[in-house]
Design a protein around this ligand. Structure first.
Ligand SMILES: [Zn+2]
Length: 592
């Protein structure tokens, strides 16, 4: 489509939107009159297109006035605030600065990253990140440049809280329609601050689920806007994580060509994810699992199990202990997903590599998912860790095999693993120091040796015929790396790619040429397309959404971020039990 046509379509959209806005304004005037209490349309016939009940649900809702509904919403929102004071989820924001190409399509030219923990215990005015000294502070300082707290009245937490002092008297509410978000029927309400307020208030739209009247999504900004700066726009989603509790999980932010100050222009999109809500529970249960030491699988040179470990076995056990300590600690902090289905898929690929190469590693190789976005993978003893972001962008199994082959090679080659972590006192440090205390980085020599060994493994494996695709992924990564320094910057392991070099560079030669225009050439996927994180228990699973056919090259969005549209569901009674029992770690090393 030519840019002119796009412009015309945009103009069409604008005029239609304008019409809708005028219509809203008229309704707003009508509804604002206190003498005419509005009764909400009670049934699904009010629901607009595409919002049929998935389960054919046709329970007539009691006819409530908008006023009644807002009483309940305000009450629930206060309860929500009270809950949030006790919860300290992990928060990650990944932001891409954008520029338009000649066709008007935006592409990333730089990026920023923040990882921390949300702390609202002292009230939202006092929101503070427990930043990691060094890492966190540095990132936070950089963030103040653009994506800073100054762009929201009460700082970051504002994106997950509609209004810390949400009261009806500050706002005008207008019923819009009923709508399904996933399987959850919602009442959609426009919210506007009343005039002449000194402090900024939320302005936008809220989606309220119609059973308990929790806000499940809100989308808008704050008003009045400050004179010099501005407040950015956000689309904030909550998931039903506990019975009756809808907690923040995703926030999408986007601004296009906004002038701030005198010279700066902001053009970016950002994804914020929250997870790790149930970390306290994990800590308690861990007391019972922490001291498990693998004692049977790896023992080959002793017949009497009642005997002391031989020196070789003792060394293996010692390494295993260090490995378990580090892995369990990372899980407890909320950086590693709980063991699950995705680990098994990764293990299958690892096994394919090992079996076709006739390798017996004596100790089983385990795989775990790091919950963060930056692309990285590393090993902790015999555990391979791969980040959610990397799993998201890998286009196919062969590319995944390339990543895993490199890590398997570190293990097969017996590269050094620091066993000081086997001393439990090494685990006594504040969570925010993780990135200083844990370091799984390898020397350049080890990296090169692992690359060479990995090529050997891959050439004997079923992935041999498809390495061209993996090479294509590496090419795309190499091309984008200079513009996405924070996406490729590892926190615990080695860099996957830099502006100068890339892991497994030998595969580049076998890859076809990158062609941005070719729709069937998918070198990499957008972030967030493959792995779904359950924010309460930190379980991960592969997303069920099927890939859609692309209609333009712009939709490839390799390594890019996109808005969120989670399929909302309610926790059923069965689901509650599930969530309660599955939050405990399921150690794979339990002696049989
Ligand atoms: Zn490596």
């Amino acid at each position: 489509m030519s840019s002119q046509k796009v412009l015309m379509r945009m103009a069409g959209l604008v005029s239609r939107w304008f019409f809708v806005l005028v219509a809203f304004a008229l309704v707003a005037i009508a509804q604002d009159s206190p003498s005419t209490p509005q009764t909400l349309p009670a049934r699904t016939q009010e629901v607009t297109s595409g919002a049929a009940a998935p389960n054919g649900e046709a329970i007539p809702a009691p006819a409530l006035t908008l006023n009644d509904v807002m009483d309940r919403v305000v009450e629930r929102e206060h309860y929500f605030m009270a809950q949030m004071r006790h919860l300290h989820p992990m928060v990650e924001t990944y932001l891409q600065d954008l520029k338009n190409d000649k066709d008007g399509n935006a592409f990333p030219v730089n990026d920023q990253y923040f990882l921390g923990r949300l702390d609202m215990s002292d009230g939202p005015e006092d929101v503070s990140f427990i930043g990691q000294p060094g890492f966190g502070r540095r990132m936070l300082a950089k963030l103040t440049g653009i994506y800073s707290l100054q762009f929201l009245p009460m700082g970051f937490a504002q994106m997950v809280v509609v209004d810390p002092d949400f009261q009806k008297k500050y706002y005008t509410f207008n019923f819009v329609r009923r709508e399904f978000l996933g399987e959850v029927r919602c009442i959609v309400i426009d919210v506007q601050p009343k005039e002449h307020q000194r402090t900024p208030h939320f302005m936008g739209r809220i989606w309220v689920e119609d059973q308990n009247y929790n806000i499940v999504r809100f989308n808008g900004t704050y008003d009045p806007q400050p004179k010099i700066n501005f407040f950015f726009h956000f689309d904030s989603w909550r998931l039903n994580m506990r019975p009756g509790a809808w907690l923040p999980a995703y926030v999408y932010t986007e601004e296009a060509n906004v002038k701030t100050g005198l010279t700066k222009t902001l053009h970016f999109k950002a994804q914020t994810r929250l997870w790790g809500y149930d970390l306290k529970g994990l800590g308690r249960k861990e007391e019972f699992t922490q001291i498990l030491v693998d004692s049977q699988d790896s023992v080959k040179d002793q017949s009497d199990t009642a005997a002391d470990a031989t020196p070789v076995v003792a060394e293996r056990m010692w390494e295993k202990q260090a490995e378990d300590n580090a892995v369990e600690r990372l899980q407890k902090i909320g950086l590693l997903a709980t063991p699950g289905e995705v680990d098994k898929i990764l293990s299958t690929v690892v096994n394919n590599l090992l079996v076709t190469n006739n390798i017996d590693t004596q100790t089983d190789i385990r795989c775990r998912v790091l919950l963060t976005s930056p692309l990285e993978s590393f090993t902790i003893g015999h555990t391979i860790v791969i980040s959610r972001g990397l799993l998201d962008v890998l286009p196919d199994e062969a590319s995944l095999a390339v990543v895993l082959a490199h890590e398997v090679s570190h293990i097969v080659l017996g590269h050094h693993f620091d066993t000081k972590l086997a001393f439990n006192d090494k685990m006594f440090f504040p969570d925010e120091e993780t990135f200083q205390r844990f370091e799984f980085r390898r020397s350049t020599a080890d990296e090169e040796a692992a690359d060479a060994k990995a090529l050997e493994l891959l050439n004997n494996s079923p992935y041999k015929a498809k390495l061209g695709n993996a090479g294509l992924f590496l090419k795309a990564l190499q091309e984008k790396a200079p513009d996405l320094p924070h996406l490729i910057r590892p926190h615990l392991g080695n860099s996957f790619a830099s502006a100068k070099s890339i892991r497994m560079a030998a595969l580049l030669t076998s890859a076809p040429a990158l062609d941005d225009k070719k729709l069937d050439q998918i070198a990499a996927l957008p972030l967030g397309g493959r792995i779904k994180v359950e924010p309460w228990s930190d379980q991960v699973e592969l997303t069920k959404a099927k890939p859609v056919a692309l209609t333009s090259a712009h939709e490839k969005m390799e390594f890019e971020i996109t808005p969120f549209f989670p399929y909302l569901t309610r926790i059923s009674t069965g689901g509650e039990k599930m969530a309660l029992t599955t939050s405990s770690p399921q150690p794979q090393n339990t002696p049989k």
